[in-house]
Ligand binder design. Structure first.
Ligand code: ZN
Length: 313
């Protein structure tokens, strides 16, 4: 009896995991050399940002299934490169999608033509977004578009500008905030650095390229965690060594899809937890009190009651 009671008291703190009050879930998918992020709101509404390469549709569908997602209410295509829109093409035929938002940039590739055809054939509402637009999915989650800015400094439909005209999204939920920047380069990072972009979690721009992720921008964002989308042994050498050094100098935790596989984040109003499915890492931010200390409290209470109180076991 005594042992049972002690065990129950001991296990109580451990039985209250960080995700007990989980309300927001973000899945950073390992889609090889590409980007794809699934966000599930506290009210169950869903947002998909980018879809990786064409072959990655099933990766998105598998994660949607494991998160009990049956529809994407909004899909954001940050810019018209194949490593961001490829996996969306078959998804539009195979999975319910409420509406598609993108930068409005037109590419000449077959992948982009197929993307437009898939939107049209499935009669999905399709809108261009700009700085200042909100993506209203859940009243407790603030999702703002920060880029492209309204008076574009970079001409539309010019392949040289596709990256800088990426849709950039900032999300805030309780104490948690994050930026999803697509493949913006140093020029757009310069524009954003003059604004309030202080966040907890920063997705590195353009797969950790050294043409982005400037020290000024990283300092302005001052993240606790950086996540990099990169494919194993990719031909571009992403993430670049100098970017890794800059991140290291700044000090945030770093996770990479090429190393850690899928990266899952569970946030409630005060804490968030990151789990990596490839490397089985797990971290809660801010850290909870040491479980040993928390567990020791009920033990001390039992000993005091038993030794000095009238309580007999
Ligand atoms: Zn890319």
């Amino acid at each position: 009896m005594k042992v049972c009671l002690l065990l129950i008291l001991l296990l109580l703190p451990a039985a209250l995991p960080a995700d007990a009050q989980t309300e927001l879930v973000i899945a950073y998918l390992d889609v090889g050399q590409g980007d794809s992020t699934i966000i599930k709101m506290p009210n169950g509404k869903t947002l998909l940002i980018d879809g990786g390469e064409r072959v990655e549709t099933q990766t998105i569908l598998d994660m949607a299934d494991s998160l009990s997602i049956e529809r994407f209410d909004v899909v954001v295509a940050t810019h018209p490169h194949a490593d961001h829109i490829g996996g969306l093409v078959d998804l539009f035929y195979e999975f319910p999608v409420g509406r598609v938002l993108d930068s409005g940039q037109q590419h000449t590739t077959k992948t982009f033509e197929d993307y437009l055809t898939a939107i049209e054939e499935n009669k999905i509402p399709y809108t261009m977004v700009r700085d200042g637009d909100d993506i209203d999915l859940d009243p407790t989650v603030d999702i703002q578009v920060l880029n492209p800015v309204k008076n574009l400094p970079f001409a539309m439909h010019d392949p040289d500008n596709f990256n800088n005209n990426s849709v950039v999204v900032m999300l805030k939920y309780g104490e948690f905030s994050a930026i999803f920047p697509g493949d913006i380069e140093a020029a757009t990072e310069g524009l954003l650095s003059n604004r309030d972009i202080d966040v907890d979690l920063l997705l590195a721009s353009h797969h950790g390229s050294n043409t982005s992720n400037t020290p000024t921008y990283l300092n302005a964002a001052s993240p606790e965690v950086v996540i990099i989308y990169a494919g194993q042994d990719n031909i571009y050498g992403f993430p670049h060594g100098e970017v890794l050094q800059r991140i290291d100098a700044l000090g945030p935790l770093l996770f990479r899809t090429d190393v850690d596989g899928h990266i899952l984040l569970y946030a409630n109003q005060t804490h968030y937890e990151i789990e990596t499915l490839g490397t089985n890492k797990s971290v809660v931010i801010p850290e909870f009190p040491n479980l040993l200390v928390v567990s020791a409290l009920p033990i001390a209470a039992v000993i005091i009651l038993w030794r000095y109180g009238k309580w007999k076991l």
